[in-house]
Design a protein around this ligand. Structure first.
Ligand SMILES: [Zn+2]
Length: 246
């Protein structure tokens, strides 16, 4: 999950109409799809441009916050898996700062702090709250690259649970991405480094840079891998893109 730079509202939602299903109109879906580089706002898997796998996600569920169903800032695009799991859940952090969260459904929940991370919130960088653990053996998706709350973040933990980002379905997808995409480039990079081949090294760095761009599938996962392997430091020194940077 990475930060999403919110695009301007499409014309059809300019006045946040209270009636109708304007949020599902083609121009809205297309604007969201472009804004998120064709990826799910939560799990970052690619969402096909065609077909019915795109789901307009209401960050504050429309079943509860009916007045926000056509509110542009409340809309994101998610994959069918994330959309189905999050459903109408909207946990909030209670203001008594007990450290506990509670799932609230009433309209009054808008006054509380959402416990799920809104990736388009300019104040929040999802990568501060959610990361991946690469310390396990790299031969199994059950041990390697496990999603986790970063520095014990409560928001990170609740987001993972609410959207179900720790489901095996995603762990397998990310692990396949590691094996078939990331590891190939990592191997080439190590060879170039050991041979002192500057040209190949630069080429591998460029590839990593593209994978970590906001356009890259599982960009947060790749960024965490690069941090774990310390490739952002000498002698490699790849610069990790920040937030929604492409
Ligand atoms: Zn998803």
């Amino acid at each position: 999950m990475i930060k999403i730079q919110r695009a301007s509202a499409p014309e059809v939602l300019a006045d946040s109409p209270s009636e109708g299903m304007h949020y599902n109109k083609k121009e809205v879906v297309e604007r969201l799809w472009e804004m998120q580089h064709g990826k799910c706002c939560y799990c970052e898997q690619r969402i096909p441009d065609e077909g019915h796998l795109k789901a307009v996600e209401h960050f504050r569920p429309k079943s509860v916050f009916r007045n926000l169903k056509n509110e542009w800032k409340n809309l994101l695009l998610s994959c069918a898996q994330c959309n189905g799991k999050k459903s109408d859940k909207f946990p909030v952090i209670l203001s008594d700062t007990s450290g506990e969260s509670e799932t609230l459904y009433p309209e009054t929940a808008s006054r509380e702090t959402p416990a799920v991370i809104d990736p388009s919130d300019p104040e929040i960088n999802p990568e501060d709250h959610i990361s991946f653990d690469f310390s396990g053996g790299d031969t199994s998706y059950e041990e390697y690259g496990i999603i986790m709350a970063r520095h014990g973040s409560l928001m990170g933990q609740i987001t993972i649970e609410t959207v179900g980002l720790d489901r095996m379905f995603y762990a397998k997808k990310r692990y396949d991405y590691y094996v078939y995409i990331i590891m190939q480039d990592f191997r080439n990079l190590l060879i170039a480094l050991s041979q002192g081949n500057e040209r190949d090294l630069e080429s591998c760095k460029r590839t990593f840079r593209q994978l970590m761009s906001a356009k890259g599938e599982f960009a947060a996962f790749t960024r965490a891998f690069v941090r774990h392997k310390k490739l952002d430091r000498p002698p490699v020194g790849i610069r990790i893109p920040v937030g929604s940077e492409i």
